[in-house]
Ligand binder design. Sequence first.
Ligand SMILES: Cc1ncc(COP(=O)(O)O)c(C=O)c1O
Length: 421
Amino acid sequence: MYEPYRIKVVEPLLHTTRRQRKRILKRVGYNPFGIPAEFVTIDLISDSGTGAMTSSQWAAMFQAREDFAGQTSHEDFVTKARSITGFPHVLPVHQGRAAENILFKTLLEPGDTVAANTHFETTRGNIESIGCRAIDLPSDEPPFLGNVDVGAFEKLNRGRSKVKILVMTLTNNIKGGQPVSMENIDDAKIAARRSGTLLVFDASRFTDNAYLIKEYTKSRNSIGQICRRMFRAADILYLSSKKTGLSNIGGLICVRTKDLYDRLSQEIIRQEAYPTSGGLAARDVAAMATGLVDSMEEDLLRAHIGQVRSLAYALKQNGVEVFEPVGGHAVVIVQKAPDRHAAFALAAAIYLESGIRVGVFDDTVRLAVPRRVYTDKHLAYTAQTVSRVYHKDLPHLRLVHKPSEFYNFFARFTEIAQRKV
Ligand SMILES: Cc1ncc(COP(=O)(O)O)c(C=O)c1O
């Protein structure tokens, strides 16, 4: 199967010398997030906001009028988002974590409990910053490794503090984007209704979830039909459109009642901007509207998930152990030594060898594939390089800065010696 698009604009790849890369690594404390992008040749640190847009998205951006309120692009965006999600009320926001902040501030009181299949870092951060508890209840039922443990949720609810919100992240960002099954969504909905818990979807990679449901269950339904069926279960839905939504910035919140819509609008005006912009330029809202519609194309999903799988396959062929089943947006390498320093050491060694940047999440190295950006040859080269480095001795790192929060993004190290792994 070939890519369902052709390339119109290209960016030259940037090359650096080993000496430059060694200097940069030292300067940024061996944390890949600190490396200036101009010194990165192939960037697999995130699939978020890093995809290539279509000519229709760029055209929509150019045509959008910048007004303070009542923007035309807002009208169009709301119409499209309503039809994709089935929710009556839609609010644009500037990205996923803005949606989390606005939503949780509006719905939670200090001391409340929120459960999830697994909280993404910013989701947890936004919940805990209000003084609430964020509890992970992952389940382990292949191939739907993103499922929430509904039994554990019910047990938690029988305890002293009731669960106010149950968040289901579709796909679950753990291990490169693991899907949640329709059965699990239905079970969670029944359990949440029974206990009066709000069921909230973080749908940042919802089309990946729909694609994997379709594939694993051999469903004949279209991606659009599966999405509507998934979304029927949720009381509230939010997403970052920087992932499968195919835009470089943006997000949204969808709710079912006018009352909640009004309360959220007030919070949005306090924090972001007039609610018809959600803190975005009108042109960004226009790109987001077009991206959301494009994101339902099954061929695009097949091409992107296919690239992720080819990368995993090439790594495995070269003796690199990867987490399986491979998720929707990234390949996760199983560490030879299970400690965070080893993951940072591998990421640093990959960068030093090649200028390829990978991410470190939860003690593992993650290769996230941006949508429509790199060719199969880029990824074949990545697999070769990563495999070569994986089998070598890694630098030995010592932690010199431990941040109070968001360890992966801000930890810094120094190199102290070579060690055998
Ligand atoms: C599952 C999930 N939720 C929320 C977010 C936050 O979205 P944003 O980066 O747009 O703020 C992310 C970002 O990677 C994510 O993966």
